[in-house]
Design a protein around this ligand. Structure first.
Ligand code: SF4
Length: 359
């Protein structure tokens, strides 16, 4: 048995986790899960304490993407039935920021379902970001698909703090999931975002039919790029997509993956992202021992469990939300909605696919 705590000590002393050590983590026996989380927590606590960063998503353009990512119901190529609308107006995006602020967000994520943005869409996000920054001291993250250098520069100049573009899975497995663009296209966009001065938010999805070794390959690729934020989604298969019948990954294995991501990315803003309520289910509080952030108020097209339940989970597990003190008074308490909405028909009509922010 690997002495998991020695891995934490190694990482805290500045020696990165090796590929073989990361493979040991994801292949650990179920009996080792709590010991793995203990190791991950030592690293998480060193860099993030017991703090939890809350992110809120805004789906600013929905269900009209020409790409064919096999997990995503926002693709026009599949027989899914997402809500469809074109690019929102600046006012709508700014209103979304107010709602995110009222829910206690420290990061507001503007996402569009697209291969890449039209210049007019970049202009909308830039103007919305400038207005948001005038009022709300939140980070703004944009996720608009593939970017060129000029688009990246405009977003950075407007004040966008982070750019999200997930690699989704390992380079080797990517061709089994997406055919309309290459893994290297995604890497290039992340590098463009960083070169323009934005932080890189870049992760993937657990449960695309990949092997556990693909989780390790993804984590190591992200480390090589130097991403600052790592969202880890858990596939909640969506009807009408090519992956609608895949089995969900067991929660114990998701926790092993999160522990591995934390040990590979000791300082990163590691997020348990889409699908957590369904795939991790009752194990979600344990994920906080590795991850230091999550989305509240649902995802691009699926509902969440309600922010009240999210905040209770943080409190009951002995963690604390990061609260931005400056800025306007919040109009509604962060615990306003006490009704779980993940299974509700209304929420599912409102939002369909879970894992995989656009791009
Ligand atoms: S994941 Fe993004 S790029 Fe892929 S189909 Fe969905 S919206 Fe389009």
């Amino acid at each position: 048995m690997t002495a998991w705590r020695t891995l934490a000590t190694q990482v805290l002393n500045g020696t990165p986790l090796s590929s073989s050590q990361a493979l040991d983590v994801v292949h650990a026996d179920d009996d080792e899960v709590l010991a793995l989380l203990d190791a991950a927590f030592r690293v998480r606590r060193h860099h993030h304490g017991r703090r939890v960063r809350i992110h809120v998503l805004q789906n600013a353009k929905s269900g009209v993407c020409p790409e064919d990512c096999a997990f995503c119901s926002q693709s026009l190529k599949f027989d899914s039935d997402p809500e469809q609308y074109g690019m929102q107006q600046v006012d709508q995006i700014v209103e979304g920021a107010k709602a995110a602020w009222d829910k206690g967000a420290v990061t507001y994520c503007i996402v569009t379902a697209t291969r890449g943005p039209h210049s007019s869409e970049v202009d909308v996000v830039c103007e919305a970001t400038r207005r948001i920054k005038e009022t709300y001291p939140m980070d703004v993250c944009a996720s608009l698909g593939l970017l060129d250098a000029e688009q990246a520069r405009k977003l950075a100049d407007a004040g966008v703090d982070r750019y999200n573009h997930n690699l989704e899975t390992s380079c080797d497995h990517f061709e089994n999931v997406v055919t309309t663009h290459e893994w290297s296209d995604r890497v290039e966009t992340v590098k463009q975002a960083k070169a323009a001065g934005m932080e890189a938010c870049c992760g993937g999805i657990i449960g695309l039919g990949e092997a556990r070794a693909d989780w390790v390959d993804l984590a190591l690729a992200l480390r090589e790029i130097g991403v600052e934020s790592v969202p880890v989604n858990f596939l909640n298969p969506r009807s009408g997509t090519p992956l609608e019948d895949v089995d969900k990954v067991r929660p114990q294995d998701c926790l092993k993956a999160l522990a591995m991501f934390r040990l590979v990315h000791p300082e990163a803003d590691l997020r348990m992202a889409g699908g957590r309520e369904v795939v991790l289910d009752q194990m979600q509080p344990l994920a906080l021992y590795a991850a230091n952030s999550f989305f509240t108020d649902g995802y691009l097209t699926t509902g969440g469990q309600g922010e009240s339940k999210d905040y209770r989970m943080i409190q009951q597990a002995g963690f604390e939300p990061v609260i931005v003190e400056d800025g306007p008074e919040r109009q509604t308490p962060a615990t306003a909605d006490d009704t779980p909405s993940g299974d509700s028909e209304a929420a599912d009509r409102r939002r369909q696919p879970s894992a995989g922010p656009a791009g």
